[in-house]
Design a binder for this molecule. Structure first.
Ligand SMILES: [Zn+2]
Length: 774
């Protein structure tokens, strides 16, 4: 998966399990605090952070050799091979691809193996969506082959359209249109006097992760859920449809997982917290918390149109309406729908391919790099466009090894299986190796799909300065600017205020996005507390083939990075990141940007609370003034909202104090490293550097708590998590933020204290690292 993003103003984005993070209902990381003008050690003088002058020169020489190796022709050939047939979990070609990747790693001389896990993976047995009143209509639930597209006719190997981890069910009920199916949509329905109790809802794709839609529907009493692809979001309103254009045709369907991973855990639903190895203790299916409560099916807009056209009741609010040639009514009914789904609840193997390059000086410090190889169908864009870059990096690194390059730290390359159903391969591997990873893993770097456009940089803010430095050293294929400069200028173009533009022009580093979930970094960051980066070139191409049979080699080579030059840029970007992390004498972490970012989040939380207080006050005042009575239209009746309690003040003082410590320690560390940088190469200091690196590796771990977040203990990171009601979309300082959003005031107050405690510990660890350097 991954997130698909579009600038919401303009259009929609996509989610793979990779979700483009910045669009849908997430918290902005990149707003305005322009007060910090940081100075980057890497900028200007060319000396790399964490390197002595001599080793910096040698590193740059190796990186220059590396950059010359990745070849677009190879990327194209790998993609042709890996996307030639459907390769979902449990399919013959999924295993075949894993073995082919393994053979490549070995051919290049790397020490590689396949690690297998056995996981619950449902596939459909019965799928029925039909309208039984006021007229009869049976949904096709079928994506037709397209003559010019040679892999679209591989019918016997394609998974049918469905949502994985929907419960079995057979329900018949009136239909209600619920917009994107988010909590705020149900508040609007309340105002219209409409309940979904006992109904089947139909929701549009996007606006949140898809699994949030059946979850919220069930919480409101619905008994079934349909999710359809609205042409206004990824169909003909955006551009021509496939095969004339890149967008979703009338019968195109978005498959995808609806597992409630954000409230429980991703990975195999039967083995939460442990690897799904042969001897692992497994839950019964009925005990698995992450399977949906009601049956769910995805449908095309071809199948959705007759159902929506048969709805009566009030008109949907204007912003809910799509671009089908029908009036969008909300219902309920008279359209009555029969939804029946049954699944084969099989245990299937997933095959992770793991390659290891041992470190020469610090083999117990690991840099881990991953991308998944499984797709929903042929999956050329998602995930093969990212997987081929990973392969080319591995080939290039193996060539450098033959030329005498010796990475200081151990490097692990991983091609994950089972990401699409819900991060199965990466989560099970991370859980199976949890203790080792907590000991040894310094950084995890993830990609999923790759397209064309500016570089999206997300991850841990202790790596913000580092990845800005890498982006300054890679050339953008179209503009020939550095990737960093193109990103800066495109952010200036999109900035919404003079304040934002000023910050972009003055701050040394571009802000990176916080990440929640949606792709394979989740277990590493959210569960184990390993500093993480997630990267993608994107933004120039529209697409409506996400998770359909049309995401294939024909589509990618006609409508995306057709000459694979952004694939090469990605291999260069990630390859250099891996090398620079693996070779540095001192891990290139920096905490000044991190402290600045936490301060920004704290201000956002204070603003959020003030806004909630203002809204409640305003609503209560309008009720007293009689605004709702005065605006009541008897022909279009609405229900006045209830009076609301004004949110109480919360005590942010512990967080303010922790931020003071953090800011001080961040500066302390940066000063200590700057002072020491010239002497890092002294052999005598090697033992001391090991101690510094040990502290640095622990800094992300310090942001976790073994008790985890309220009601979801698998999520141990207290700074970043996916939102319970946004799915992939990140919630920063989630305990406090969700406490405020969900009106649990006492919990929000208590979470402030917990977060302040981990930040105080973090500051102490950063200080300890600084003292080791002094
Ligand atoms: Zn993906």
């Amino acid at each position: 998966m991954r997130t698909l993003v579009r600038t919401l103003a303009a259009a929609v984005l996509i989610f793979s399990l990779r979700m483009p993070s910045s669009i849908f209902g997430m918290d902005l990381q990149s707003s305005s605090s322009a007060d910090v003008k940081t100075s980057s050690l890497a900028a200007g003088d060319g000396q790399l952070v964490g390197y002595s002058p001599r080793s910096s020169v040698s590193e740059r020489e190796w990186e220059a050799k590396f950059k010359a190796i990745p070849d677009p022709a190879n990327l194209r050939e790998y993609m042709r091979r890996l996307s030639a047939r459907p390769h979902h979990v449990g399919s013959p070609y999924d295993k075949d691809n894993a073995e082919w990747i393994l053979a490549r790693f070995r051919e290049w001389g790397l020490d590689a193996h396949i690690e297998r896990f056995d996981v619950l993976f449902p596939t459909p047995k019965v799928r029925v969506v039909e309208m039984v009143a006021p007229t009869k209509f049976t949904a096709k639930l079928e994506e037709p082959a397209v003559a010019v597209d040679p892999t679209s006719n591989q019918k016997s190997e394609q998974l049918p359209t469905y949502n994985a981890y929907s419960i079995d069910g057979d329900v018949t009920a009136p239909l209600v249109f619920v917009n994107y199916g988010l909590p705020e949509d149900y508040e609007k329905l309340d105002r219209l006097g409409i309940s979904v109790k006992g109904a089947i809802v139909i929701a549009k794709y996007y606006g949140s992760w898809r699994g949030v839609k059946p979850k919220v529907a069930a919480e409101h009493g619905a008994i079934g859920c349909l999710i359809y692809s609205e042409p206004k979001d990824d169909g003909y309103t955006v551009d021509s449809v496939f095969p004339q254009g890149p967008m979703r045709p009338a019968d195109g369907v978005q498959r995808g997982s609806v597992m409630d991973f954000a409230s429980a855990n991703p990975g195999d639903p039967l083995t939460p917290g442990v690897g799904a190895t042969p001897g692992a203790k497994r839950l019964k299916r009925e005990e698995a918390k992450s399977i949906t409560k009601i049956p769910v099916m995805p449908i095309s807009y071809g199948d959705a149109q007759p159902l929506l056209a048969a709805l009566a009741g009030p008109m949907a609010p204007e912003e809910w309406r799509g671009s089908l040639p029908i009036p969008y009514h909300v219902g309920p009914g008279p359209a009555k729908v029969h939804l029946k789904v049954e699944f084969n609840w099989d245990i299937k193997p997933v095959y992770d391919v793991i390659a290891k390059i041992p470190g020469s000086v610090a083999p117990d410090e690991w840099v881990v790099r991953g991308n998944h190889h499984d797709g929903w169908v042929n999956g050329a864009e998602d995930p093969v466009s990212g997987q081929v870059d990973l392969l080319e990096e591995a080939r290039a690194l193996s060539l450098l090894l033959k030329q005498g390059w010796k990475p200081r730290r151990t490097i692990i390359y991983a091609a994950w299986d089972g990401e699409e159903p819900m991060l199965l391969g990466s989560t099970e591997w991370a859980e199976a190796h949890g203790e080792e990873l907590k000991q040894h893993a310094a950084v995890y770097i993830n990609t999923d799909a790759n397209d064309r456009g500016p570089l999206t940089m997300g991850g841990s803010h202790s790596l913000e300065q580092f990845i800005n430095g890498v982006a300054r050293d890679v050339e953008d294929p179209e503009t020939k600017l550095t990737v960093w400069k193109r990103k800066e200028l495109s952010e200036i173009a999109e900035a919404k205020s003079a304040e934002e533009r000023q910050e972009l022009r003055q701050r040394a580093d571009l802000r990176i996005e916080a990440i929640g979930s949606g792709t394979d970094y989740t277990a590493f960051l959210d569960h184990l507390g390993i500093a993480t980066l997630n990267l993608e070139y994107e933004g120039e191409d529209e697409q409506g083939i996400y998770h359909s049979i049309y995401d294939d080699f024909y589509w990618y080579t006609h409508f995306s990075d057709t000459d694979f030059v952004y694939g090469r840029a990605m291999a260069q970007t990630v390859g250099i990141s891996v090398m620079r992390l693996a070779d540095a004498e001192v891990l290139p972490f920096d905490f000044v940007d991190f402290a600045d970012t936490i301060d920004l989040y704290k201000k956002q939380l204070q603003k959020l609370l003030a806004q909630k207080q203002d809204e409640a006050r305003e609503r209560n005042q309008e009720l007293e003034e009689g605004v709702f009575k005065a605006t009541f239209d008897p022909r279009r009746p609405t229900v006045a909202p209830a009076k609301e309690e004004i949110p109480p003040h919360l005590n942010f003082a512990p967080l303010e104090n922790a931020l003071d410590s953090l800011t001080k320690s961040a500066k302390h560390y940066r000063d200590a490293l700057t002072a020491r940088q010239g002497a890092l190469g002294d052999e005598a200091s090697t033992g001391k550097l090991a101690a510094v690196n040990r502290e640095l590796i622990l800094t992300e771990r310090k942001l976790t708590s073994p008790e985890g977040l309220p009601r979801r203990s698998w999520y141990e990171h207290l700074i970043y998590a996916p939102g319970v009601y946004s799915g992939y979309g990140v919630k920063t300082i989630p305990g406090v933020r969700e406490g405020i959003e969900q009106k649990r005031w006492a919990e929000a107050d208590a979470e402030i204290v917990r977060v302040a405690k981990v930040l105080e510990d973090e500051a102490a660890t950063i200080d300890a690292a600084a003292k080791e350097l002094e």
